[in-house]
Design a protein around this ligand. Structure first.
Ligand code: PLP
Length: 377
């Protein structure tokens, strides 16, 4: 029997999170305000050290957004016209936009239909003498097959820039050891956009790396290319994380592990409750991965109708992403055609993400499950 109550279940409820942590965050903000050190104040360095530590990387370099956290390392590669960078066609636009804005040619490789992440064999197949780097995306919070991608990169002399915007704290068992998102890439970009698993109260991003030389380079690139004020070694940009955002993030960081646990718990609940609904395919977690469920994403039949049904029941949902990047207007000059990446195109037509934020209640989870079961009869 379908539930006839109405329970409001937004896709994300940042107000619930705010209520739970405001007594920790507001004093940290107050301290920054009292100091009036809004740019590059002490919380920025503390956050850089903390996120680098979490990611098993030697250096953290904060910047203005997750987009810049991809753009700056790609700029550090000093791409020449025609240089290629391989990535997934099924990701947020910023991944390929950053490649383009760094002067590179985005080259897409088909995804794995189980994890939605770029398929290593497909990456290997599109490497050319012009390839300079790979940008794997840990989509929805589950890591790509980095052990195979690092092998490809090693064989061809390529850099790996991990797009971990959705995967802070995710890890993967490789050769018997847990490796964090951010541990194996040359440089990794994280986003602190408010809806991400560790969200600021505005825009923000972080690069991590264990390459000391590139860390120094990135520190310059975010400050107009000069480590010493008014002395510029190269042309960079202004891309800093402000102290207020760093203070928010530092106050939130101790909660991240338990929030990720809650997300995994909610995901497990949905997956069990929907296991026998044949029109629905629940997320596949690679046995080597510990997923952080930035998104809980189903493949479903009659996706758009289901989404309208959920909306009518005041349940938030979203389609990440409805148009694969090889079919975006702005990349038409790259010459890709419909049908070229059938798995990415099928994913774009079938996916729907459900609310999976940590503060969801059992009642809300049950209400979402009932609505989906009711829709498919
Ligand atoms: C959010 C996101 C970005 C960009 O981060 P911003 O902080 O919004 O600039 C890049 N890649 C992926 C996969 C993302 O989800």
């Amino acid at each position: 029997m379908e539930d006839t109550r109405t329970v409001n279940v937004p896709l994300l409820d940042l107000v619930a999170q705010y209520r739970a942590i405001k007594d920790e965050v507001l004093p940290a903000l107050q301290a920054v305000i009292e100091s009036q050190q809004f740019v590059m104040g002490p919380p920025v360095g503390q956050l850089e050290a903390a996120v680098a530590g979490l990611s098993h990387a030697a250096h953290g370099i904060a910047c203005a957004s997750g987009t810049d956290a991809l753009l700056l390392p790609l700029r550090a590669l000093q791409l020449e016209p025609g240089d290629e960078v391989i990535t997934s066609p099924f990701t947020f636009f910023a991944t390929a936009g950053a490649i383009h804005n760094a002067g590179g040619v985005p080259v897409f490789a088909e995804i794995d239909p189980d994890t939605f992440n770029v398929a290593p064999a497909a990456v290997e197949a599109v490497v050319t003498p012009r390839t300079r780097a790979l940008v794997p995306v840990h989509l929805y919070g589950q890591m790509a097959e980095l052990e195979r991608l690092t092998a490809t990169a090693g064989r061809h002399g390529l850099r790996i820039v991990e797009d971990a915007a959705q995967a802070i704290g995710a890890r993967r068992r490789i050769g018997g050891a847990w490796r964090m998102a951010g541990e194996l890439g040359w440089v990794t970009g994280f986003s602190f956009f408010p809806s991400k698993n560790l969200g600021a109260w505005g825009d923000g991003g972080m690069m991590v790396t264990s390459d000391g030389a590139v860390a120094e380079r990135l520190r310059k690139l975010r400050l107009h290319g000069g480590a010493k004020q008014y002395h510029h070694d190269e042309v960079g940009t202004n891309s800093r994380l402000d102290s207020l955002q760093a203070a928010v993030l530092l106050a939130k960081l101790p909660h991240l592990a338990s929030w990720s646990d809650q997300r995994r718990r909610h995901a497990g609940y949905y997956t069990k409750a929907l296991a026998d609904v044949s029109a629905v395919r629940t997320p596949v977690v690679d046995a080597c991965n510990e997923h952080v469920f930035h998104q809980y994403t189903l493949r479903v039949e009659r996706r758009d109708e289901l989404q309208a049904h959920l909306k009518s029941k005041r349940i938030g949902s979203a389609v990440y992403y409805p148009v694969p990047l090889h079919l975006q207007q702005c990349f038409s000059h790259l010459g890709y055609r419909r049908g070229q990446f059938p798995e990415a195109e099928r994913a774009a037509a079938e996916v729907i993400s459900l609310p999976v934020y940590p503060e969801l209640t059992r009642d809300q989870l049950d209400y979402v499950v009932d609505a989906i079961r009711g829709f498919y009869g």
